[in-house]
Design a protein around this ligand. Sequence first.
Ligand SMILES: [Ca+2]
Length: 386
Amino acid sequence: MHPRSPCALLLLLLLLVAGPAQLSAQLSAQNCVSRQQVLAATRQLQQLLKAQETRFAEGLRDLRGRLAALQSSASRVGPDAPPDISECSSQPCQNGGTCVEGVNQYKCVCPPGRTGSRCQHHAQTGAPERVAGDPAFSRAPRCAQVERTRQCSCEAGFQLSSTAGDSICQDVNECELYGQEGRPRLCMHACVNTPGSYRCTCPSGYRTLPDGKSCEDVDECVSPQHLCPRGTLCVNTGGSFQCVSPECPKGSGNVSYVKTSPFQCERSPCPMDSGPCRHLPKTISFHFLSLPSNLTTPITLFRMATASAPGRPGPNSLRFGIVGGNSRGHFVMQRADRQTGELILVQTLEGPQTLEVDVDMSEYLDRSFQANHVSQVTIFVSPYDF
Ligand SMILES: [Ca+2]
């Protein structure tokens, strides 16, 4: 806001904050205003407003409490209620507490420094006292007498059990509160309610991230200890690991396969006149994927592409397909571009489970079959959706 006349604004502020007497004194000392004066006056006014606001809110709270007490005592009066006798006649309030009459009950308004239903306790100012019965999850409130009202508050993570004078601070169960439907999740995995707070835990095989809420899989395969027996390969999975040993198919006749890498087998060259040999997969590769449970589908899991040998013409046509392991229709294999096919998961997979799907790619040169390649894809679905 940019007032047209700063003098007029200051007059108004000074009138509100200081009152007319001081205003005239200040105005006699100088005729106009500096920016600092305007700022100082607005700050004073803000403080005044804040103080008024706090006092008003306190008054409302007190009134609400009294109204609730009145309502609960009124609701207890039945048609056959005995005649009202003075509950305060026995002088139940100790240590200078003021007894307030209710129906069949009384309430003590305690002086500063006292708390409890009969003002029998010292109000807590140091470490909160644990309340007997449910020691970990309830605490005594911190109470203070503000003017004529008694104000109680709880430490963070606790809430007053009621507005009555003998209320205690009860732990807020954040796990229960946020576990309700439609609420955001507090923890990626499990929530443990603790007095005044909560903590998140992760299942075994996962570590808790520095945010204290998220879980991250532990990659056991990078551990310096070799967890898998000799001759097997370690595959990290969500929450665990697997030891795998991909095997080449046994050859027959003049067809044989050899390992060209830990995850690939290659067929020996076919004799010139052997048609059936040429139609057997030229390469078989092994792929291991780890997926979380219930992934949103469709999602591309795997890509298969052709690579021609240097100096030789590559295939000018490719055909992709699924050759095994798709009896339940979880997957679709389709062309992504001229050189690539992709395996797409089209149905949600719920873990824990392990699936295997075999896909293949046939290469053609001028419509004449050249070679076939198979990829065996093993999918480890973790029990959790992270
Ligand atoms: Ca793991």
